[in-house]
Design a protein around this ligand. Structure first.
Ligand SMILES: NC(=O)C1=CN([C@@H]2O[C@H](COP(=O)(O)OP(=O)(O)OC[C@H]3O[C@@H](n4cnc5c(N)ncnc54)[C@H](OP(=O)(O)O)[C@@H]3O)[C@@H](O)[C@H]2O)C=CC1
Ligand SMILES: CC(=O)[C@H](N)C(=O)O
Length: 256
């Protein structure tokens, strides 16, 4: 199996895209460490993956990615359990459709804390060890919103532009060290990402019902499934060692 013996950490893996990435990479042979805040959901994902792949190749670890020490502790736990981290997938994220004039400032702040700082802390937790070992792959789950601006998503798009800029800056800096840095840029994907929307005006303007999954009411060709995004991650992390897959834009066929 292509990832046999590799150690992978996935943040935000208590559901959605993160859980699918963990499952796909475990099926390819990796030992996976699941991180998120809801430990009981992490345990369910672990049970499901172990039923699929067998063996004792999944660990769970409670982490709030907005806390730098907790992200370092996640990586330390992974290393204590399985050994040095080969692949760090910074996936945890939040998204709120909101118009800036409505001043949902707590949501702006949470978006920056989770999407920007969380990704940055994930990089900080593994970078030193990877450089020392001369190998490692950092995969940051960005968005098509890291390439263009969507209405009622100003702060979210800004957070994903941050992820893109930081990733590209890091990638250029580590050229020659053996490390790889990839951003994955999904379009609409059927997850709970917008369940916590509170700005009704913005949600109505964008035709997004509050409290339902992304893509509800869309046809099969208008929304990705989490496994589609996981397949893009697998492609990037199993490329031959001389090949760098620096970014992958993966959208539903019929998304405008
Ligand atoms: N769904 C989509 O259409 C798209 C999603 N993306 C990106 O994919 C990533 C995953 O989102 P998706 O699966 O869709 O959404 P979900 O809401 O289903 O999953 C989000 C995950 O992030 C975790 N999370 C949120 N806040 C924190 C935190 N402070 N600390 C640790 N974990 C946290 C959640 O776990 P818990 O609550 O247990 O902590 C959960 O596991 C995000 O970065 C998102 O921006 C990009 C493009 C499209
Ligand atoms: C801009 C978007 O809605 C994007 N699909 C995302 O969820 O990141």
């Amino acid at each position: 199996m292509p990832l046999s013996g590799k150690v992978v950490v996935v943040t935000g893996s208590s559901g959605g895209i993160g859980a699918a990435i963990a499952s796909t990479l475990a099926s390819a042979g990796a030992n996976v460490v699941l991180g998120a805040r809801r430990i009981e959901e992490l345990e369910k994902v672990k049970t499901k993956i172990e039923a699929e792949v067998g063996g004792d190749r999944v660990m769970v670890c409670k982490v709030d990615v907005t806390k730098r020490d907790e992200v370092k502790a996640l990586v330390a736990a992974a290393e204590a359990g399985f050994g040095p981290v080969d692949v760090m997938v910074n996936n945890a994220g939040v998204m709120y459709f909101t118009n800036m004039k409505n001043l949902h400032e707590d949501e702006w702040e949470r978006t920056v804390d989770v999407n920007c700082k969380g990704t940055m802390f994930g990089i900080g937790a593994v970078l030193g060890g990877m450089i020392e070992r001369g190998s490692g792959h950092i995969v940051n789950i960005s968005s098509d919103a890291g390439r263009r601006i969507f209405p009622s998503l100003a702060v979210y798009c800004a957070s994903k532009y941050f992820v893109e800029a930081m990733s590209e800056g890091l990638r250029r800096e580590v050229v020659g060290t053996g490390l790889k840095v990839t951003t994955i840029q999904p379009g609409d994907c059927a997850t709970d990402l917008v369940m916590n929307n509170t700005d009704k005006e913005a949600a109505d303007e964008q035709g997004v019902a509050i409290g339902v999954k992304v893509g509800t009411g869309s046809t099969e060709t208008q929304v990705l499934q989490p496994e589609d995004v996981a397949a893009a991650v697998l492609y990037a992390v199993t490329a031959p060692s001389h090949v760098a897959v620096n970014e992958v834009l993966v959208e539903p066929r019929d998304q405008t």
